[in-house]
Design a protein around this ligand. Structure first.
Ligand code: FAD
Length: 511
């Protein structure tokens, strides 16, 4: 059995015994076989000494048990790493950021506590997956949609806490942004409710997210200040219909008015669906410049409003010289069987797993690596920025890809959030250590090159969180120091998810 760093065997055994008392012996995992379940299947350090691995895992089923587990960890100074469903593939899986931490596995806490159709919200526990919430809503025949990310097996809470996003309408696609109210266990075991939830007998915990005084929920997004045991989310009332417009332009300079028009329509909330921007750029290893671009603009709402909004979209897009506009069929909701077979399910609030076919075996890639990690820098949402990123990619590709020997996937320009886009590059990762090492070096290179241009990541795989956090260095890393000050105050023994998103407790900061 592995020991957590800086913890002796006597103390660890005392803690394990205390946890067995708390959660039941069958929910404390120490065997190699059990602990291996918490490895990151997409780890770019797989089977290498630097791979982030757990020493043990403990799986409570109630909030009181979480409090007791955390108190014990605090007593013996044992680092914990909280996960909800732990399916954070491409960003670290269920493995801890700090190797040797004990995984605090919350997937047994899987109750949908409340779904309110009239005010369109849900209150859930960490183990509730998108499939669970969808099934609950479907069984109760509620006219509500969830907003799933591509893989529907993940946790509504875990995905939001890692900064994840989905594919239906704004503002529900930004999962942390759509949350309303939290319950959190702090490092000393104390239980806190945020926003209106701090009011005993609160009537509006999931209605109003701000409450009274400084808003603290942001500390728990990509943070390590507490263990979240409940979270509320605003849900989208089921729309009547969805229709999509596709606009194609053929000249490079037309990309600029294309993105500007898309932005205007989204900022006016005329287009509310998850838009897509596609170009031929990047499709070849040589990163040839795009000769054609297209934008997809979906609108959800009542049928006659959707039709009117599409007319407005047509009017604005037709001002772009040479733009070819295609209006797709209007899809009515709930979907009939023919529509269900045709559409991308996640765009209609239906959880799915077909995304895993994306990087699977195909004619083009008969022996895929099996996994991938994502480089996800945020860039401005303008045509100029896309063209600059295209030039940046072309200029650096040969050097970073070792003269074309390494194949990356992308860039993909994801416009599914307001105001910015994510220029994602995917790095295939497998079990070949030499290949993985080259991909790791390429990843760090892209991070550094992008940071020099003023672009940085919105989210990163666990092993690269430090290098990405270092990009946010304005005023001699003032933001990191501020976060460290808070960390030291709320978790003085540094037991909660040390190192997550580059925030280390005092005793590990210079290690
Ligand atoms: C092919 C593919 C497609 C993908 N598509 C998408 C996509 O469309 N959108 C997207 O967002 N992601 C996507 N991902 C990334 C990822 O798989 C999902 O975001 C997934 O939902 C995250 O795993 P999870 O929900 O199980 O969260 P978890 O793994 O449970 O949580 C993520 C992290 O949050 C923290 N955390 C979790 N729960 C708690 C808690 N209760 N208290 C404190 N901290 C906590 C932990 O640090 C944890 O590691 C994709 C991945 C792949 C491989």
């Amino acid at each position: 059995m592995a020991l957590p760093p800086n913890v002796n065997a006597t103390d660890f055994n005392s803690a394990l015994n205390a946890w067995r008392q708390t959660v039941g012996a069958e929910w404390v995992f120490t065997s190699d076989e059990d602990v291996a379940m918490y490895r990151d299947a997409y780890s770019p350090w797989w089977d290498e000494p630097e791979e982030r691995v757990a020493s043990a895992a403990v799986a409570p089923s109630t909030v009181e048990q979480v409090q007791a587990v955390v108190r014990t960890a605090n007593q013996y100074r044992i680092p914990l790493y909280a996960i909800s469903t732990g399916r954070n593939l491409a960003y670290g899986g269920s493995a801890p950021v700090y190797s040797g931490s004990v995984v605090l596995d919350l997937k047994r806490m899987n109750r949908v506590l409340e779904v309110d159709e009239r005010n369109a919200y849900a209150l859930v526990e960490p183990g509730v997956s998108y499939f669970d919430l969808y099934n609950h809503i479907t069984e109760k025949k509620l006219a509500l949609w969830i907003d799933p990310p591509d893989p529907g097996w993940g946790s509504v809470i875990g995905n939001a806490l890692d900064g994840g996003g989905g594919w239906t309408a704004s503002p529900f696609r930004d999962h942390f942004g759509a949350h309303c109210g939290m319950e959190v266990v702090l490092a000393n075991g104390e239980l806190v409710r945020t926003g209106m939830g701090a009011l005993p007998n609160a009537k509006t915990w999931q209605h109003n997210r701000w409450g009274f005084g400084p808003w603290v929920d942001g500390l728990f997004r990509q943070g390590n200040m507490g263990v979240v045991t409940k979270m509320g989310f605003h849900l989208m009332p089921r729309p009547e219909a969805m229709q999509m417009m596709t606009v194609r332009v053929s000249q490079e300079q037309d990309l600029i008015p294309l993105v500007d028009t898309l932005n205007l329509l989204e900022n006016q909330h005329v287009v509310n669906g998850s838009t897509q921007l596609s170009g031929s750029f990047g499709a070849s290893p040589a990163g040839a410049p795009a000769t054609a671009w297209s934008a997809q603009a979906p609108v959800y709402g009542p049928e006659r409003v959707v039709r009117a909004q599409m007319e407005h979209c047509r009017e604005l897009f037709s001002r772009i010289p040479g733009a070819r506009i295609e209006l797709g069929d209007l899809t009515r909701v709930p979907l009939d069987e023919a529509a269900l077979a045709r559409v991308r399910k996640v765009n209609f609030g239906i959880p799915d797993l077909s995304t895993f076919g994306l990087l699977g075996r195909s004619a083009a890639d008969p022996s895929p690596q099996g996994g991938h990690i994502d480089f996800s820098p945020i860039i401005p949402r303008t045509g100029e920025a896309v063209l600059e990123y295209a030039r940046f990619y072309r200029e650096n590709l040969a050097a970073v890809s070792e003269g074309g020997a390494l194949r990356f996937l992308g860039p993909v320009f994801m416009t599914n959030w307001d105001r910015t886009m994510v220029a994602m590059i995917m790095f295939p990762i497998g079990r070949d250590k030499t290949h993985n090492a080259r991909m790791r070096a390429a990843f760090v290179k892209w991070v550094e090159l992008a940071a020099a241009r003023g672009w940085a990541e919105y989210r990163a795989p666990a092993g690269f969180q430090d290098v990405c956090a270092k990009s946010y260095s304005w005023n001699d890393h003032a933001l990191t120091r501020f976060r460290e000050t808070i960390k030291d105050a709320v978790d003085p023994n540094g037991i909660l998810s040390p190192g997550r998103y580059g925030v280390w407790p005092k005793h590990l900061r210079n290690a």
